[in-house]
Design a binder for this molecule. Structure first.
Ligand SMILES: Nc1ncnc2c1ncn2[C@@H]1O[C@H](COP(=O)(O)OP(=O)(O)O)[C@@H](O)[C@H]1O
Ligand SMILES: [Mg+2]
Length: 389
């Protein structure tokens, strides 16, 4: 409830002044050594983050990892213990929210119930003393952008959840803020609507070229929408990079596990150089993977592969990496089929294939050969996951 009040408070004081001119670099937002505690709880532990002009950057991570605390720090809705926040080259660490040139969208819409949709969207413009006819034009423009031009005179309670959230989006865009912050804006919607609005927000971002800092705990949502993903874990940043970087080149077991599905098989580094790290799996198999210069020979590691990058090899087919196993289970789930294969070491590898007709499918018990390319394997420092299945 305290949060809801803070959200209302935020809108009550919205957007009153403009900042001073930009500095020369094209960083929209710079965060350095930001720390925030709540009593004994460290919610953010010395976080550094740069967000570029026009970028769609997503804070992704499990519940409690500090995503909202970081976003709220940028909004000016919580007071950091130490560290700095720069917006458009100006220090904003202790500026009140209304001086930060930001728009914000929360999970629970935060529309004013006693105002019409048009008044809700026009509110930030009214606060900035825009005249009525300009205001009405601006409101209609963003309403059309979210394809709800016909609801201007209705009240929030007359709209569905998805429509209300589109209104909240329109309101965040309407006065062209410097940065738009979104905290799990689609979290309360059902999956179909969420998928639809993910694309709608992505397209609005492309059209408007605004900088968006987005929070979600849903890895698929982050992959679909973001230019870069900042993966958070335990009050800090685990890894930051493009969706491709995080998916194909995770740097930790946590990152590999959090994004997509992964096979994590125990191994020991045999050799590592600039081109390749080779890993022994079980007694007889050596696997070649992407180079990881941080690991040394003899070190205990996890070898990560993605289920769709591992193939069942037919007669005469070969790959850089091959390993034999026993097919234990085949699960047909619509378009994709999952295979569970037990290796000689006792480890299980999961494979994902496009679903084939029943006659072409392998049966449990079959001895099969698996293969994958060197670039499909990533070697990670050994770590146990808290929630290992
Ligand atoms: N107002 C608050 N009072 C006390 N603890 C809080 C408060 N807000 C967040 N926390 C704690 O800070 C940590 C990070 O929370 P939060 O930033 O909300 O995580 P996320 O958004 O990633 O789920 C959690 O341990 C949470 O319980
Ligand atoms: Mg949160």
């Amino acid at each position: 409830m305290a949060r809801l009040q803070a959200e209302r408070h935020f809108f009550d004081h919205l957007f009153l002044t403009r900042g001073t001119p930009m500095s020369d670099d094209n960083l929209k937002l710079k965060i350095s050594a930001l720390r925030k505690t709540y009593g004994p709880v460290v919610a953010l532990d010395s976080v550094d983050l740069d967000v570029r002009e026009g970028e769609f950057l997503t804070l992704l991570g499990p519940s409690g990892s500090g995503k909202s605390t970081l976003l709220w720090g940028v909004a000016g809705l919580n007071d950091p213990d130490s560290g700095q926040i720069w917006i458009d080259g100006h220090e904003a660490t202790h500026l009140p929210p209304f001086q930060r040139e930001i728009g914000m969208v929360f999970q629970n819409y935060a529309l004013f119930p006693h105002m019409t949709i048009g008044q809700n969207i026009g509110f930030p413009l009214e606060m900035r003393k825009m005249n009525r006819s300009d205001r009405e034009k601006a409101v209609m423009r963003v309403l059309d952008m979210v394809k709800l031009g016909h609801v201007a005179d209705r009240y929030p309670r007359e709209l569905s959840g998805g429509q209300q959230q589109r209104i909240a989006l329109a309101r965040s865009f309407v006065y062209e803020p410097s940065i738009i912050l979104m905290d799990e804006p689609l979290g309360a919607l059902d999956k179909k609507l969420r998928d639809h609005l993910q694309l709608e927000i992505k397209h609005l971002h492309e059209q408007l070229g605004v900088t968006i800092l987005y929070v979600t705990h849903d890895q698929e949502e982050a992959m679909v929408m973001s230019d870069r993903i900042c993966l958070m874990n335990n009050a800090g940043i685990e890894q930051i990079g493009t969706p491709e970087d995080l998916y194909f080149r995770p740097e930790t077991v946590f990152a590999a596990d959090f994004l997509g599905e992964s096979n994590l098989v125990d191994g020991i580094v045999r050799e590592t150089n600039m081109k390749c790290t080779s890993v022994e799996i079980g007694a007889t198999t050596t696997i070649q993977a992407l180079p990881n210069p941080n690991l040394g020979a003899g070190e205990k590691v996890k070898l990560m592969t993605r289920p769709e990058a591992v193939e069942v090899l037919g007669k005469g087919e070969s790959r850089v990496n091959e390993i034999t196993g026993t097919l234990r289970e085949v699960i047909v789930g619509g378009g994709a089929t999952k295979l569970f294969v037990e290796l000689q070491s006792g480890a299980t590898m999961r494979l994902t294939q496009l679903t084939r007709s029943a006659t072409e499918r392998l049966s449990p018990g079959a001895e099969i050969r698996l293969g994958w390319e060197q670039h499909a394997g990533v070697v990670l420092a050994h770590a146990e996951l808290e929630s290992e299945l």
